[in-house]
Design a protein around this ligand. Structure first.
Ligand SMILES: [Zn+2]
Length: 391
């Protein structure tokens, strides 16, 4: 897998800060001590715990207007604490490694948002300062332990995702939840009726036109099981949306593929926690055929299918997804866009044009089969002349 996974995945950052948080903090002022002690358990092994989510707002409230100073006080750093002279004889203050780790943990939580989806479902958006090019712990380490620079970084609250964008992510997740639930219901209702609308739609995206009704029904059972897994991820209250700060400048040649993607995940739950990396193109999608909001919803179902079903990108929707012409049936079942577009179609969210485009690609119609060559009568084999010597 990519070196991004090896070095920069958010789950690595998460585990690091989870360990730091589990050690008691003693140096906070009273309100911060109270808040941090409460937040001590927010980072569970399977992801953030929504029981504590509301305290994230309190943390931001306490830090407001004194971001850096409050965090530095909290980790026991004062201008007099460790003073040495650099090679020019200037007085330099250093934060210890331990103080950097603790400052990073508070700073991370300050940028975590619990976003309401629906009912008892919430998701998490981690929106770190725009100027960072690493996750927080690495960003603070990177500044060669010079407290002035770290102070500036801790002070920075100009976040990567705006409040509006966080809400969009929440609303799109809610729409994805609704479409997946409705599709599950449609499949359950009409599984046994080979003439039902949902059978035709399953044929259109997964099974193809030539297979038997029994085969379509067997596909439906697979689809149903898969959609239930996707639904569970959305309803788990663990789904995290963030971005890859390492890619923010957009000029990392090796990683253009990731940067240019709308969003990506490390598939098959390689990170253990469900994490979707949302990149810049996610919000600049007005040129897509689906239009903004459907495009966001489609992306979320697509990415969760990578996460939990281990789907691949055999073909994208604009290339045509027809199982009769573009994908082998086993590929359709394992193709991320097939799953998301299927849900959109089942719930009647697409126009005829969109359906045709995603089914057959730009031609909008099934490719015309090449003319069948005329049958040439078989030429009778000339019997081998036996070379056996005659009598
Ligand atoms: Zn994909």
């Amino acid at each position: 897998m990519s070196h991004l996974f090896d070095h920069y995945s958010f789950s690595k950052e998460y585990k690091k800060n989870q360990r730091v948080l589990s050690h008691p903090f003693t140096q906070y002022d009273a309100p911060l001590t109270h808040t941090m002690n409460f937040l001590k358990s927010i980072m569970g092994d399977s992801g953030f715990d929504r029981k504590y989510g509301v305290m994230l707002g309190s943390l931001r409230h306490i830090l407001k207007g004194k971001e850096a100073q409050a965090i530095l006080d909290a980790v026991g750093f004062s201008d007099e604490s460790v003073t040495t002279s650099d090679r020019h004889g200037m007085r330099v203050n250093y934060l210890s490694d331990e103080q950097i780790k603790r400052a990073a943990a508070i700073k991370l939580l300050r940028h975590v948002y619990m976003v309401h989806v629906q009912g008892s479902t919430d998701i998490w958006v981690v929106s770190t300062p725009k100027s960072y090019q690493r996750f927080i712990s690495k960003e603070l380490e990177k500044t060669s332990s010079l407290s002035l620079m770290q102070r500036a970084k801790l002070e920075d609250v100009n976040e990567h995702f705006s409040e509006h964008q966080r809400k969009l992510i929440g609303a799109s997740t809610n729409e994805a939840r609704r479409l997946v639930a409705k599709t599950i219901m449609l499949l359950c209702m009409d599984r046994n009726n080979a003439n039902s609308r949902i059978h035709r739609i399953v044929r259109r995206w997964f099974s193809g036109e030539s297979v038997s009704a029994a085969s379509v029904k067997s596909d439906m059972n697979k689809i149903l099981a898969g959609l239930k897994k996707i639904e569970n991820v959305i309803n788990s209250n663990k789904l995290i949306f963030t971005d890859m700060p390492y890619l923010r400048t957009g000029n990392r040649k090796d990683d253009q593929y990731f940067y240019n993607s709308i969003a990506f995940v490390f598939g098959s739950m390689a990170e253990k926690i469900p994490i979707i990396y949302v990149e810049d193109a996610f919000f600049n999608a007005s040129h897509t055929i689906l239009g903004d909001s459907l495009h966001w919803t489609n992306t979320i179902i697509h990415e969760i299918s990578h996460l939990i079903l281990g789907t691949k990108d055999h073909r994208y929707r604009f290339e045509g997804l027809s199982p009769d012409h573009h994908l082998m049936p086993h590929e359709a079942m394992n193709n991320a866009d097939t799953w998301s577009i299927f849900c959109l179609d089942a719930c009647n969210m697409m126009t005829q044009y969109q359906k045709a485009y995603f089914n057959f690609g730009r031609s909008l119609r099934p490719p015309v089969a090449p003319p069948v060559p005329p049958k040439i009568p078989k030429v009778a084999k000339i019997p081998k002349i036996s070379s056996k010597p005659g009598p």
